[in-house]
Design a protein around this ligand. Sequence first.
Ligand code: PEP
Ligand code: MN
Length: 360
Amino acid sequence: MENDKSLRNWLNTMNLAHPLVIAGPCSAETEEQVLKIAHQLKETDTTVLRAGIWKPRTRPGNFEGVGALGLKWLQKAKQETGMMIATEVANANHVDLALKHDVDILWVGARTTVSPFIVQEIAEALKGSDKIVLIKNPVNPDLALWLGAVERFYESDVKNLGVIHRGFSTYEKTRYRNNPEWQIPIDLQNKFPDLPLILDPSHIAGRRDIIFDLCQTALDLNYDGLMVETHYDPDNAWSDADQQITPKTLDQMTVDLKIRKQEGDEVEFKNKLSTLRTKIDVLDHQLIESLGKRMKIADDIGKLKKKNNVAILQTKRWNEILEKMILEGEENKLSEEFILRIFKAIHQESINHQKKVIND
Ligand code: PEP
Ligand code: MN
């Protein structure tokens, strides 16, 4: 897939004065629930009502969605509010049913994007369709797999495409349900600047209190839209209760979020500068996290050395590290002087950590 400006057309024709907002419950639960949420969202910046009809659950036994019946409720919400409707499709049969019920936007879930076979099946079921298809990142942090899914649709002549960043699963417990790994969507955006990029803060966060900050970061990185799980009674939602917010909270959020305007030379300069700065912030954050992890390992080495009565400073090992890093530095256009300075500082901090462990 080459970068193709027509990829943005579906978004441009919406003529929005703000980033695209897709909102609605994780799952359609009852007809009343879908209609009530739809009418509340109608009073916000929301253009598209979302609701899961078939829910892919990691473990069986959780609510697996109401099935095709829910499509009628979405259709009714569309007629009553004029909003567009969106749902997740995970096989050719879902596609068929969604098309029969006039669903405007189909999205491919994270557990589906990981499987080229299923993606291919869905792409073929949609061959030549002008429906908008949004492809969530795969569960695992793999940009090629994500792009591969986009390419399968593109090659199947489905050209109204976009991607949704919903974070990546990690074995380590972090403050997120799914780690954002901002670098991956940033790489995608650099490669395909005309592929609309939408943030799903709900599945990244897994909780309510950090949704706003995630959205602000995305807007600072020039994302094109947000998909936010919304329910009038989040605590009692049948799925993903911890991460849903009310339509009222969403409305306030869109007021508080700072959206950068795209016109004017000076404004454009400032926008570009802020986007670049946000990219730097993302990398700085990764640097600190990596250094923190490195020091934790140094602590473990300290414990091991203490147990075995071995000296902290191992000159041979240290020289080997330095040589290797100077070479890697060269490959990354970093001067020897810089590498020496950084690694001396890191080494010193490591020794301090180990001393502390050994003397404790
Ligand atoms: C969802 O949007 O409700 C969903 C199941 O998301 P994901 O595929 O990102 O887990
Ligand atoms: Mn959900």
